[in-house]
Every structure is written in structure tokens, then in C-alpha cells.
Design a protein around this ligand. Structure first.
Ligand SMILES: CC[C@H](C(=O)O)C(=O)SCCNC(=O)CCNC(=O)[C@H](O)C(C)(C)COP(=O)(O)OP(=O)(O)OC[C@H]1O[C@@H](n2cnc3c(N)ncnc32)[C@H](O)[C@@H]1OP(=O)(O)O
Length: 254
């Protein structure tokens, strides 16, 4: 089965589905490459908006696949490992049509970075969500921390980075990270949430996204996201990160 699905609805939107439910939709290096390819070739002229979601009902995305994103390496090697997904998130964040993260299940680490790259976040009340990189001895490594500062109040973003805690949808709504709570996982069963997006014209949606992007300094965004990858790369070689990975693999008997 393909690890990333791309479907276009006759209603004028597309859906990217991370399709690794047995691994809680963790982002492997091949998923990074496929996401990049989709975003490089997406025909935005024929779409009103784009949704990104995860397969199954347990997880939106559990972050980077720790089988790919781990191992003894230098900071430069860590940078080269992390950089491609940061480029994917920059492309997603600057796509010229509105984007929705349909958070059908839990999200951890880079999964929240993917959600932060989207303009809107709709999340199921049956899961929880955490920028947990701080617990792993690292910081966000795909530019999602920079993007979080674009989505919620800087004080809240700063606190979440440091606390690195897991939050439920109520708290996420309170801090403005999510815009809607989805009570079922299937996109097709939630017409009322998508109606405002479906009922607008292609030109309106493009215009509003242009207006949104005009409020962001895209050159500065690219530099800040790249600096974030560099910073994470420096932490990648820390003893704390090595220990955190060892605990994950011991727990999962890898
Ligand atoms: C790479 C950097 C990036 C960034 O910040 O830029 C990051 O995303 S760093 C953060 C990476 N993500 C994590 O650390 C989360 C790791 N996963 C977990 O802590 C747990 O899986 C959890 C809490 C999400 C769910 O725990 P639960 O006990 O309910 O499930 P399992 O742990 O048994 O997981 C089921 C199945 O999925 C595999 N899995 C889960 N997460 C990952 C992952 N990130 N990478 C690879 N594989 C993952 C897990 O190994 C199990 O597979 P199985 O074959 O059944 O053992």
C-alpha cells in the first residue's frame, strides 16, 4: 500500500493521507520524499483547499519515524537528515490555497509541526497532542516551532516548547491552536465543518490565502525555519536525546 495517498474530491479539494497506521503514521524518509513530490506537483488552480490527515482512527501523525530519525551522527548529518521535511513544511505553509490539518487521532512532535504548517487545525476529541521534543532532549526540527509562533500567542508557543506537554482538544481550543473539534474521524461525515470552505469560489479562497501570506514575511519565515533545523541538529547529538531514543526502543523492544 502507498505510504502517502493523494485524492482529489469532485467538490474541489484534495486530501493528503499519511498512510502508515501500523506505525501511528510516523513520517519515514520515504514519506518525506512523497510529500515533497505531491506538493511540488499539486495543481492548486483546480483546488479550493487542501486537507492533510492520517490513516486510521488512532493517529494523525506520531512525528518523525524514529527508525529513520535516529542514530549516531554529527550535527551536520542531523541537519541534512532533518532539512528535507522542513522544506516540505515551508511548501505546505506557503501553498497558495488554504490548508486544513484534519487531526483524526493523536499527534506527537513533528506531527504537531505538520499541523502547525496548515492554516487551520480540526482535531478529534478522542486523542491528545504534544510538542514533546523537549522531553526528548531536542527542539522542533522541521520548522514547526517557528510556525507555531504564527498560529498562537507567542507566550503560549514559548511555554508549550518548554513544557513539552500533551494537551487535549479543550486546551488546544483555549489557546487557539485548533479551530474546530471533530467528533468523528471521517472527513466525509463532517460536512458542516467543511461547508464554509466548499461554498466559496476558487478565486475567493486563493485571494484570502494571498492576504494571509501577505501578513507573514516569507523570507524571514524561511530563514527562521532553517535556523530551527540548525538548532535541533546541535541538540541531536546530546546525551539526553540518545537516552530518550534508547527508552523508546526499549519500550518497543526494538
Ligand atoms: C524527528 C524529529 C521530529 C521533530 O521534532 O522535528 C520529531 O517528530 S521528534 C518526536 C518523534 N515522535 C515521538 O517521539 C513519539 C514516539 N511514539 C510514542 O511515544 C508512542 O508511540 C505514543 C505515545 C505516540 C503512542 O504510544 P502507544 O503505546 O499507544 O503505541 P506504541 O508506542 O506501541 O506505537 C504503536 C506502533 O507505532 C510505532 N511508532 C509510534 N511512534 C513512532 C515513531 N515516532 N517512529 C516510529 N515508530 C513509531 C511503535 O513502534 C509501534 O510499532 P510496533 O511495530 O507495533 O512496535
Amino acid at each position: 500500500m502507498p505510504k502517502v495517498l493523494y485524492d482529489v474530491s469532485p467538490d474541489g479539494y484534495a486530501v493528503i493521507t499519511i498512510n502508515r497506521p501500523d506505525k501511528l503514521n510516523a513520517i519515514s524518509l520515504s514519506v518525506v520524499s512523497k510529500l515533497n513530490d505531491i506538493l511540488d506537483h499539486i495543481n492548486v488552480e483546480s483546488l479550493k483547499f487542501l486537507i492533510i490527515t492520517g490513516a486510521g482512527s488512532r493517529s494523525f501523525c506520531a512525528g518523525g519515524d524514529l527508525n529513520d530519525f535516529h542514530g549516531e551522527m554529527s550535527a551536520d548529518e542531523a541537519y541534512n537528515l532533518l532539512k528535507p521535511m522542513q522544506e516540505v513544511l515551508y511548501k505546505l505553509a506557503t501553498l497558495p490555497i488554504p490548508t486544513i490539518a484534519w487531526m483524526n487521532g493523536l499527534a506527537r512532535g513533528g506531527g504537531l509541526e505538520i499541523a502547525s504548517a496548515c492554516d487551520f487545525r480540526f482535531a478529534t476529541n478522542a486523542a491528545n497532542y504534544g510538542f514533546i521534543q523537549g522531553q526528548l532532549g531536542i527542539s522542533t526540527g522541521w520548522g514547526g516551532g517557528t510556525l507555531l509562533y504564527e498560529r498562537i500567542h507567542p507566550q503560549q508557543a514559548f511555554q508549550w516548547m518548554i513544557e513539552a506537554d500533551v494537551k487535549d482538544v479543550q486546551e488546544l481550543k483555549e489557546i487557539g491552536f485548533i479551530q474546530k473539534i471533530i467528533t468523528e474521524e471521517t472527513i466525509s461525515s463532517q460536512h458542516e465543518l467543511l461547508a464554509p470552505f466548499l461554498n466559496r469560489s476558487f478565486d475567493q479562497m486563493t485571494l484570502w490565502k494571498q492576504q494571509r501570506l501577505s501578513k507573514m514575511s516569507l523570507d524571514s519565515l524561511a530563514i527562521q525555519m532553517d535556523n530551527e533545523v540548525k538548532a535541533c541538529s546541535q541538540l541531536w547529538v546530546s546525551e539526553e536525546h540518545k537516552e530518550a531514543l534508547k527508552q523508546f526502543f526499549n519500550k518497543n523492544n526494538k
